[in-house]
Ligand binder design. Structure first.
Ligand code: PMP
Length: 429
């Protein structure tokens, strides 16, 4: 059955970011449970990356499944222009309640890229509505915000965008304020403000952890300073919490670590607990006010057929229920402690260039290989090694990371750490 699946797959299906015509062939997954994915040939894999960072509570969670199937039998979909429904309103209320700052409105979309598209379009139309159009953005170097054209335009790695040039608008990329680069980043932002403040619509950033860049981590302090400068100059700020949201960084949101708060948030990935594609963009009352003319709402020129899909909203509500349970919060804290302890243990290893942690995210940069290339020789070797040991890892070049489902046990993580130690010996500098 599995052979047949793989054969038919290679004949008919086109996968994302996969060198399909080369080995290894995709693995046919037929079932998911807890932190594991089960292949048709009977093998099981520990999902150390929560399936591209989305499965917060593991796979096929029974409570989410129950809530989604209940919703499926009640109302599976209704267009959202001119209509509303309880799951959409309940979720908006819940989201606004748990966010770290005063956000006023929730706009639903389909995934992380479209949550970013919405944010960027919202920021641009904000200025246009005010009668002072602005269409330039500021972003961080090495940023990744998605694969649609607007999201690509604010992403900086040419690996992902080179074939699609020209992109949609001008973006100034400033240094990531990692240790040692804080002053330079601030200086670059100040310079942009001096030169072309009145062209800048917004500053977009991945707060504290830049995922696709290779789990690049930086501190809240310098980000607060960047946000402060933007605020002083009236530039809108957009936190892309697509990856960092919903507990990943140890707090509910990465922006919980900040004093300054963004005007706009983008969410996706873990929002539904990994059940289905969904996105949400929230904004402050001040941003929304720019879309009001007296008591009339100016059209925001964006809308997806599946906006606020009731099943996705129900899944998100169920995922939030699980997330705020004390056991989940304890589990997040325990995973964070385990990561820190393991990082301390291996920091001095000759094969380790750097090891970094933020909450449930652990990253290890190999001494050998190029950390700026996604396709370094080490990448495939590491990917295959972990698979052979029953662990799903997706190295970013010579960087491996763990971002496990919150249901992962202490023993399961210990097994991943032990396998990393084996890999450090096998692929040593
Ligand atoms: N923003 C960030 C920070 C991301 O990490 C990603 C996905 N890796 C996206 C946006 C795009 O999300 P999606 O793949 O759901 O479109």
């Amino acid at each position: 059955m599995n052979m047949n699946l793989i054969e038919r797959d290679s004949r008919y299906v086109w996968h994302p970011y996969t060198q399909m015509q080369t080995t290894p062939a995709p693995i046919g997954i037929v079932r998911g449970e807890g932190a594991y994915l089960y292949a048709g040939d009977g093998r099981k894999y520990f999902d150390a990356v929560a399936s591209w960072w989305v499965n917060l509570h593991g796979h096929s969670h029974s409570y989410i499944a129950e809530k989604v199937s209940e919703q499926l039998r009640t109302l599976e979909h209704a267009m959202f222009a001119g209509f509303t429904h309880p799951p959409a309103v309940d979720l908006a209320e819940r989201l606004l309640e748990v966010l770290p700052s005063d956000q006023a409105k929730v706009f639903y979309s389909d995934d992380g890229s479209t949550a970013v598209e919405v944010a960027v379009k919202m920021a641009m139309q904000y200025w246009s509505n005010k009668g002072t159009p602005r269409n330039r953005l500021i972003a961080l170097k090495d940023a990744y915000h998605g694969d649609t054209f607007g999201a690509m335009s604010v992403s900086s790695r040419s690996t992902f965008t080179a074939p699609f040039s020209p992109l949609l608008f001008e973006v100034d990329f400033i240094d990531v304020p990692v240790k040692g680069s804080e002053e330079e980043a601030l200086e670059q932002l100040r310079r942009i403000m001096l030169e072309r403040e009145d062209e800048i619509a917004a500053f977009i950033f991945e707060p504290l952890v830049q995922g696709t860049a290779g789990m690049v981590m930086y501190e809240p302090g310098p980000l607060d300073q960047l946000l402060k400068i933007c605020r002083e100059h009236g530039i809108l700020t957009i936190a892309d919490e697509v990856m960092t949201g919903f507990g990943r960084t140890g707090k509910l949101f990465a922006c919980n670590y900040l004093e300054q708060q963004p005007d706009i948030f983008c969410f996706s990935k873990g929002i539904t607990g990994g059940t289905m594609a969904f996105g949400a963009t929230t904004c402050t009352q001040q941003v929304f006010d720019a879309f009001l003319s007296g008591d009339k709402l100016k059209t925001f020129f964006h809308g997806h057929s599946f906006t606020a899909n009731p099943l996705a909203c129900a899944a998100s509500l169920a995922s939030l229920d699980i997330l705020v349970e004390p056991e989940t919060m304890e589990s997040i804290a325990r995973i964070s402690r385990q990561h820190e302890a393991f990082a301390g243990k291996i920091a001095g290893h000759r094969s380790v260039r750097q090891v970094r942690c933020r909450g449930t995210i652990f990253a290890l940069e190999w001494e050998t290989g190029d950390s700026t290339s996604y396709f370094s020789g080490l990448r495939d070797k590491l990917y295959n090694f972990f698979l052979e040991n029953g662990i799903i890892m997706r190295p970013l070049g010579n960087i491996i990371y763990i971002m496990p489902p919150y249901c992962s046990t202490e023993e399961e993580l210990d097994f991943v750490y032990q396998t990393i130690e084996l890999a450090l010996e096998k692929f040593s500098a």
